[in-house]
Design a protein around this ligand. Structure first.
Ligand SMILES: NC(=O)c1ccc[n+]([C@@H]2O[C@H](COP(=O)([O-])OP(=O)(O)OC[C@H]3O[C@@H](n4cnc5c(N)ncnc54)[C@H](O)[C@@H]3O)[C@@H](O)[C@H]2O)c1
Length: 270
């Protein structure tokens, strides 16, 4: 496989919590492809300590930042430019959290304080990251910003709860900010709509392991795993995709365009 696609590029990677995290795989792949980057996560996630292992493996510095705090983001982005020695070429936003899901509140019985918190963490933080980067003039031209999404933004998956609304908002921010960042700085902004993947965030969703099996059977290529998602992120950070922007890109083994599969039909035959 080609290597060195990110040679000379500088990045910021949000959301590597443990070795299951999609962001963890992205950091490993970006390192293999020659990128230098800063790892960041919420201060509370630092307590787990696993991110230190990733940092030493990839020769990266860690800067804690709550992605909902503009003050934290300003420090993160300006310190990253100092550490990496210049402007940033790519940012991965791999952050999601619903308090309603965590507390087991049904979609029709939301606690709206929890809803607002989840929306801030999972979607508005993407706007905050980009607005802060733009104000600090932190991105190089033709830079690339990617956030991770899920198909519940377009179609109903009942137990995905208010995360569905958060993802719809996230994808809309990618389009709207992508327009302005493109015009002002030639920076591209996309979301990747990933297959269900067994991670800490994913497994918080009710019935998740059954759902992963269903999705596997509903995808002609099977579910895309975290490592393949990381490969796709690398292509989007690379110079090979310079005119891809404002898109929601499905990385799901064909799930999104499949009505039903023979395997699923066979489950219903007597
Ligand atoms: N796992 C799946 O099935 C799946 C599918 C499609 C999309 N996604 C998306 O991928 C992204 C990454 O999730 P994951 O599955 O790797 O799980 P994960 O739990 O490993 O990652 C979620 C991350 O969000 C971080 N986070 C939470 N609150 C934060 C805050 N205030 N500031 C900064 N960081 C914060 C967590 O610390 C964690 O590192 C999320 O956006 C998720 O919705 C996941």
């Amino acid at each position: 496989m080609a290597k060195g696609l990110l040679e000379g590029k500088r990045g910021i990677i949000f959301g590597a919590l443990n070795n299951q995290s999609i962001a963890w795989h992205v950091a490993e792949k970006a390192h293999e492809h020659g990128a230098k980057f800063v790892l960041t996560n919420a201060p509370i996630a630092m307590r787990m300590g696993e991110i230190n292992e990733l940092a030493s493996k990839t020769g990266s510095k860690i800067i804690p930042a709550d992605a909902t705090s503009v003050e934290d983001l300003e420090k993160l982005i300006s310190q990253s430019m100092e550490i990496l020695g210049g402007k940033i070429d790519f940012i991965l936003h791999s952050i999601g959290m619903s308090v309603n899901v965590r507390k087991g509140n049904h979609y029709t019985s939301e606690n709206y304080d929890y809803t607002m918190k989840g929306l801030d963490v999972s979607a508005l933080s993407f706007h905050k990251v980009m607005q802060t980067a733009m104000k600090l003039d932190a991105m190089n031209e033709w830079g690339s910003i990617v956030a991770l999404s899920y198909i519940a933004a377009q179609r109903v998956f009942p137990d995905y709860n208010d995360m569905a609304d958060n993802k719809a908002y996230l994808e809309s921010i990618a389009r709207s900010f992508g327009y302005h960042y493109g015009v002002q700085k030639k920076v591209r902004v996309n979301t990747i709509s990933q297959s269900p993947t067994m991670t800490t965030a994913g497994s918080g969703v009710k019935g998740f392991s059954e759902f992963i099996s269903f999705s596997e059977k509903m995808s002609p290529l099977g579910n895309a795993d975290a490592e393949s998602c990381a490969d796709y992120c690398v292509t989007l950070f690379s110079d090979l995709t310079r005119y891809v922007t404002m898109q929601n890109l499905f990385h799901d083994g064909g799930f999104s365009n499949t009505g039903v599969t023979t395997e699923v039909i066979e489950k219903f035959s007597n």
